[in-house]
Design a protein around this ligand. Structure first.
Ligand code: EPZ
Length: 430
């Protein structure tokens, strides 16, 4: 059996242009919601990442016709659905499969979907999704790892989400689009991908107002029509390249971004020493001077995004002084710190708080991508470490970053993917 690894050598002063792909978390929600629409839709600026391929495979399994119609463009026709029961293996590999519940419930009045998978940050409950569905008059029960939802007639209602939840907000919006009457979702998530999902559905004839605020109103409509829609750029991919530019004292022009979505990331990187110029759909970011310590608390949008937490911790390992990072969204999102410690980082973790002592140098070694964003963190660390860094489990990275090795290589990084036969590794092991 072969094992693929990303091999990285120290790469200072990255330079040049990088184009940001479409937003993973918008694309996954919009793809699933084409099932609610049930008419042919063309989606553009779809990121070429494995989570999107997996969602397309799951939907094809359910009878949806999906064709590539251009680079990063797909045609989706969910007119004929062959099954409302999605409990096959692929479902358990991705968190976003839970959007099938809202889409099936909204269109057919019932669904059975296996409990979703996704990165392991500790508990990832679904209680707020269920609260949203039940507020619309649906009956929900979980048995044998399958979430079953059923409703003869969805009725609009007011629902207060106890936790600011991207998934529960999006799932409730999707389920409410064709319900009778008006639904008001309070304490809703405000992430850019929530807004993008609402804009997509409105372009299909839905009647959603207030997305991007903490109160979203959904006026039920009877019919939806197909549309062509361009997905927004990925805020987290952009933030990752911003952090890499600062870490390597580079000078990057990051194209296809919405600067507004990057405000909290820009603010923190400027505290560390970044200089940023803003343009309509691009930014230039450099860091000529010393890297300075800073404190970060991740919060729901517009706060500093939790999905940038591993990347900024990796950057802070080389910032002079003591920095503190508090994880405000997930219970256990510091598991990757052990990999950074193997590279010489001085980080202590106590629950949701990481304390990072800046060190003079990191040293490359064998590390693992513990999950998607942790993979980006060890790649960033590898770029600023002495020697060579070997990153395993790179499938995780490919879930959410389109051609990260190619993009970094084009910016001057010494980075490549190698394939090693397991026999050789097992020999070295003994
Ligand atoms: C989405 O996950 C993203 N995934 C995650 O990005 C991201 O970290 C997260 O939102 C927060 O921004 C996708 O969009 C596919 P939540 P989601 O529901 O929807 C609690 C990445 O790297 N909660 O907003 O699962 C939950 O435990 C991935 O792209 C409940 O208590 O996150 C957490 O503490 C990783 N009950 C908080 O809410 C629920 O029913 C936020 O979770 C649902 C959530």
């Amino acid at each position: 059996m072969n094992v693929r690894k990303i091999v990285i050598k120290k790469s200072n002063n990255l330079e040049g242009n990088v184009k940001i792909a479409g937003a993973k978390n918008a694309a996954l929600a919009i793809l699933a919601s084409t099932i609610l629409v049930g008419q042919k839709c063309i989606l553009e600026n779809v990121p070429d990442i494995s989570d999107v391929s997996l969602m397309c495979s799951i939907m094809s399994h359910l009878g949806v016709k999906i064709n590539m119609v251009g680079p990063n463009a797909i045609e989706v026709d969910a007119k004929n659905i062959s099954s409302l029961c999605a409990d096959f293996d692929e479902i358990r590999h991705m968190r976003a499969s839970y959007y099938l519940l809202g889409a099936f419930l909204g269109r057919f009045g019932k669904a059975s979907v296996a409990m979703p998978g996704g990165c392991d940050f500790g508990l990832r409950p679904m209680d707020q999704h269920i609260k949203g569905f039940e507020s619309l008059n649906a009956k929900c029960e979980i048995s044998g790892g399958i979430i079953n939802v059923k409703c003869d007639k969805l009725k609009g209602n007011r629902v207060y989400l106890d936790v600011v939840s991207v998934g529960a907000t999006i799932n409730t919006v999707i389920a409410a689009v064709r319900a009778e009457g008006t639904t008001v979702i309070e304490n809703a998530a405000k992430e850019p991908h929530v807004v993008d999902l609402a804009n997509f559905l409105n372009s299909c004839g839905a009647d959603i107002h207030g997305a991007g605020t903490d109160v979203i109103q959904v006026h039920g409509v009877k019919n939806l029509k197909g549309t062509s829609y361009q997905i927004i750029p990925d805020q987290i991919e952009a933030g990752t390249y911003m952090a890499i530019s600062v870490a390597t004292h580079g000078n990057l022009t990051i194209n296809n971004v919405i600067p507004k979505h990057l405000e909290s990331i820009s603010a923190k990187l400027c505290e560390i020493g970044a200089q940023i110029d803003y343009f309509e759909d691009s930014i230039k970011i450099s860091c000529p001077g010393k890297l300075k310590k800073c404190n970060v608390k991740t919060m729901p949008y517009p706060g500093f995004p939790t999905d940038m937490q591993p990347q900024i911790v990796a950057l802070l390992t080389k910032c002079e002084g003591t920095s503190m990072v508090t994880e405000g969204v997930w219970d256990n999102r510091f598991r990757y710190v052990s990999e950074l410690r193997r590279m010489g980082a001085e980080i202590s973790v106590d629950g949701r708080l990481a304390v990072i002592e800046g060190v003079k140098k990191l040293v490359g070694t064998n590390v693992k991508a513990i999950d998607l964003r942790a993979g980006a963190a060890v790649i960033l660390a590898g770029l600023i470490s002495e020697g060579t860094t070997y990153v395993e489990n790179i499938d995780y990275v490919e879930r959410g970053y389109e051609d990260i090795v190619g993009k970094l290589s084009n910016l001057g990084a010494d980075i490549k993917i190698v394939t090693e036969s397991l026999d050789k590794i097992s020999l070295s092991a003994c």
